[in-house]
Write a protein that binds this ligand. Sequence first.
Ligand code: CO
Length: 497
Amino acid sequence: MDDLIDGPPANPIKIQDTSFRDGHQSLLATRLRTEDIIPIAERMDEVGFWAMEVWGGATFDAMHRFLGEDPFERLRTLKQYMKKTPFTMLLRGQNLLGYRHYADDVVRLFVDKTCEAGMDIFRVFDALNDFRNIETAAERVKANGKHFEGAVLLTLSGNRFGGEVFTLDYYINKGKELQDMGADTVCFKDMGGIMNPLDVGLLIRTLKEELTVPIHFHAHCTSGMASMGYLEAIRAGVDIVDTCLAPFAFRASQPAVETMVATLSGTNRDPGFDLNLLLEMDEYLEGIAPKYRDYAAKHRMSVVDTEVIVHQVPGGMISNLVNQLKEANALDRLPEVYREVSVTRKDLGMPPLATPTSQIVGVQAVLNVLFGRYKIVTNEVKDLVYGLYGRTPFPVDQEVQKKVLKGYKKGETPITGRPADYLEPELESARKKVGDLAKDDYDFLIYALYPSTGERFLRWKYGLEEKPEEIKPKTLEDIRKEDDAMAAAIEKICATQ
Ligand code: CO
């Protein structure tokens, strides 16, 4: 593979836009509304993106819970405006878009209906990189003739590549496993933004030698390294990268597309995008962004999360640790907790720190510091050690396993099979429970994934219950009033000084 050189665009980089999923999920608590996407949807479709990630991740939860929006309706609506560019979603394997493992019958119906609603590319991952947990979803994606993108979570045990578990070989083998499962593309996901750019280059170069499927790289700017990682990935021959429009880029989100376009301009990997068209859309997003400013982080100047560089702990996990310690009035023990996180994580088999494992490891690490190691054990840790989340990358420590599972109601000997094989089918009983409230399979799936908030959403949808005031969107008029009041208050302060 040629390095990056000036010349004709012989091998243009393919770019997936993430503004309407990961971008606002990372920066604005997933609150972006369909009505604010529609005005630029047709222009986005003209850019020439390889795909646009518009759904999945936390959007399904946020839409039905906080926005009063039907997630499937958004998908169908956007499809009407963007007919050329394929749509991508992020799917958490057997967890779908929820926080537990669902039975296979739910997974099958979910993938089938999502295909029908207009999804083209499914990026599927598992929190433990245990691909038995994505088998059922992958099988249905392929059966529907859609694009299966298998994803590997990138995680480390130190600040560079290597160590006992997460070696180059580990990742090459994971990539090959997905290729053998029939993945159309394989994605490597640096969800914590922890990867050293030079390691990214090494990883991609080796993947391009060892795998035949196209390689997709996804990273977050949390630690400030992602744009450098993208450049190294591109030099190493990566096929596809994920970017965001500038207003929704950087910080905890993806690198900006405008920056990549400018950097690659005139080279053999030039994507050939119209920069002016991108800037037009940036201006539009700047115009609507104030409606969402209450959700943006504004507690510090730095756009670089320096703690992440030091501890390799994802940003979201750090704020949870801090909150948990604050509640226990023990914030001074944070340095101990950072050390304990890496010990607890090793005890529990080195799970990648993603949803939900980052939470499971973090909560247990705090309990270990406050009350003594494994004196109090959460049910989630018991389930993890018992094997209900799947196979951990490294064996669980034998002593810890004995201690954690002693007297556990599900059993003291861990299961070793595919976790979903231990689950009973769920559809029939869920259908009985929701009754006529669900008018079709789409309604039914919202309920099946989220029984309590899903039921409440369906009651809003069919006018059986009034939508509460707080889920109605702020308007630009509200924002102007807020700003005027703030300006008046500041003037008053200045006048009295
Ligand atoms: Co992401």
